[in-house]
Design a protein around this ligand. Structure first.
Ligand SMILES: Nc1ncnc2c1ncn2[C@@H]1O[C@H](COP(=O)(O)OP(=O)(O)OP(=O)(O)O)[C@@H](O)[C@H]1O
Ligand SMILES: [Mg+2]
Length: 229
């Protein structure tokens, strides 16, 4: 479905991704782990059209999409959930979804029901400024927003980063319920979450996927990322 071949991405002269190859099949959840600065966000942003590759190809259903503008990729069903958990903080929770519904041409009732389905508690916050939500709730709102319209490929950048254990469990449950319904590439550092959700796991280092962790059973609760670097 999504095929990335020999991808190279640079910021000016600084090459950050080198000859990277990755395939995503329908209904798969692929996870990428790696240290700070490995290029994980750069990879997701490039797929989402926010950065232009310097070389290589990105093909979606046999259509070349590398370097296409993000709006076009959004229409094709790409959804990027950024690492910074940024919402429209002055707008209400509901208006944050309304904007996405408007953008995607989806009736608001339908869009809102997608969000309440993954997180019923959001009803309590619907008329509050989104900026009042906790970090975890903001992440959930952003994941819900990504489901508005007709999402095909979710690109989620560190969904549990900096969050309390209890809300990490909420996010785990939400992602777990989405399994098979959508395809996703998720960057995540929490190996125990990755182990339980991933169809495939890749380790990213210095701009490339250096290995696949094919045997998930080798990941113990105490296993550190360093084991694979
Ligand atoms: N806008 C930018 N301009 C120049 N260099 C950048 C820019 N954004 C990122 N970089 C550099 O590119 C490299 C990869 O950054 P990237 O954010 O993709 O890493 P990451 O794996 O997502 O890291 P983290 O785990 O900290 O989120 C880093 O060396 C970073 O300093
Ligand atoms: Mg990052």
């Amino acid at each position: 479905m999504l095929q990335i071949c020999d991808l190279g991405v640079a910021y000016g002269h600084a090459k950050v991704i080198h000859d990277l190859n990755l395939t995503l099949n329908p209904g798969e959840m692929v996870f990428i782990v790696g240290r700070n600065g490995a290029g994980k966000t750069t990879l997701l942003k490039t797929i989402a059209g926010l950065l232009k590759p310097m070389k290589g190809s990105i093909t979606y259903n046999d259509q070349s999409i590398a370097g296409q503008p993000p709006e076009k990729l959004a229409r094709l069903g790409f959804r990027f959930v950024a690492q910074d958990k940024k919402v429209f903080s002055e707008l209400t929770v509901r208006s944050n979804i309304e904007l996405a519904a408007y953008g995607a041409g989806e009736p608001m009732d339908k869009a809102w029901s997608k969000v309440t389905q993954i997180y019923p508690k959001i009803e309590e916050f619907r008329d509050m400024p989104a900026g009042n939500l906790s970090g975890g709730q903001r992440e959930i709102l952003l994941i819900g927003r990504a489901l508005v319209g007709d999402p095909k490929v979710l690109l989620i950048d560190e969904p549990t980063e900096g969050l309390a254990a209890i809300v990490i469990q909420d996010i785990f449950r939400i992602l777990s319920n989405m399994r098979n319904a959508v395809s996703a590439i998720i960057v995540e550092q929490n190996l125990s979450i990755v182990k339980r959700l991933a169809d495939r796991i890749y380790v990213m280092k210095e701009g490339n996927l250096i290995r696949e962790i094919a045997d998930k059973s080798e990941i113990a609760d105490s296993t550190q990322l360093e084991t694979y670097l």
